[in-house]
Design a protein around this ligand. Structure first.
Ligand SMILES: NC(=O)c1ccc[n+]([C@@H]2O[C@H](COP(=O)([O-])OP(=O)(O)OC[C@H]3O[C@@H](n4cnc5c(N)ncnc54)[C@H](OP(=O)(O)O)[C@@H]3O)[C@@H](O)[C@H]2O)c1
Length: 258
């Protein structure tokens, strides 16, 4: 995939899909900045998780990686992350916006604060990261790639009540297209992937409660593995996808068939 020595940032890279993205990109030779935040509510030590991803990358692929803390809901954190990556790994070639916040409940119960938090991380965080990346690429006269992780929920919504999340993913799809069109002449390709259900912690509770209900909606009749989505992101991160920009790829096991 021609990613040897390319510098890549994966947000929310310490676990779930993000971890698989870090490993998939490193397998193709990329140097990976593994962003982590924290998950105090669940008592998970994400620093240790991110360090473990860095160690696994070194062991399996022998490429450089860097665990880098930062809240994708904070502009200051995002700017500091970009600076640190530049210093430690060199200029960034690929930005993968994977981190996302989820909220659950019926429309009648959401507070403005809950709505704003999801948008702060999923939409504003993605925008700030894209803006900083594009600024740096233009200043350095370099080409680059952005891959945003959207969701089928942007197009289909959810039956289990995730309105702010679904809406934020719709904004990510629009943002992908808008930035792609604006920077297409500058050698910067911007694409997104819209996964269906992937077997990660984000959906573990729903799958444990009613996996058959979800399987019945999926023509391929199975839940995606993180590796299946990682392969698509790795492709979009590489020069093999050089003629693609502004697209959102359907990775839903056939739920959308657009
Ligand atoms: N799983 C699915 O079925 C599915 C389907 C479609 C799309 N997706 C998308 O795939 C991506 C990865 O999801 P996943 O399934 O791997 O979910 P996950 O296991 O819940 O992981 C989400 C990741 O995002 C991080 N994150 C959340 N808020 C953050 C913040 N403010 N700053 C930095 N990182 C933050 C999380 O860290 P913390 O835990 O510390 O917050 C975690 O590393 C997301 O964009 C999601 O919307 C997932």
């Amino acid at each position: 995939m021609q990613l040897t020595d390319k510098v890549v940032l994966v947000t929310g890279g310490s676990r779930g899909l993000g971890k698989a993205l870090c490993l998939g990109l490193a397998a193709e030779g990329a140097k990976v900045a593994v962003n982590y935040f924290h998950n105090e509510a669940k008592g998970i030590d994400l620093v240790a998780e991110a360090d473990a991803v860095v160690a696994e990358i070194a062991d399996r692929y022998g490429t450089e990686a860097l665990a880098i803390g930062g809240d994708m809901g904070s502009e200051a954190d995002i700017l500091a992350m970009f600076e640190l990556i530049q210093q430690k790994l060199g200029p960034l070639d690929v930005l993968v916006n994977n981190a996302a916040a989820l909220a659950s409940g019926p429309i009648t119960k959401y507070t403005e604060a809950e709505w704003n938090y999801v948008f702060q991380v999923n939409v504003t965080g993605t925008f700030i990261a894209c803006r900083e990346f594009v600024r740096r690429l233009l200043e350095q006269d370099r080409k680059g790639r952005i891959v945003n992780i959207a969701s089928q929920a942007a197009f289909l919504g959810s039956t289990s009540g995730h309105l702010p999340y679904d809406s934020s993913k719709g904004a990510v799809v629009s943002m992908t297209r808008a930035i792609a069109r604006e920077v297409a002449g500058k050698g910067i390709n911007v694409n997104a992937v819209a996964p269906g259900m992937i077997r990660t912690e984000m959906v573990a509770g729903r799958l444990a409660a009613d996996e058959d209900k979800y399987l019945a909606r999926i023509p391929l009749h199975r839940i995606a593995t993180v590796e299946e989505i990682s392969d698509i992101v790795t492709f979009l991160s590489s020069d093999r996808a050089s003629y693609m920009t502004g697209t959102t790829l359907d990775a839903t096991g056939g739920m959308m068939m657009r």
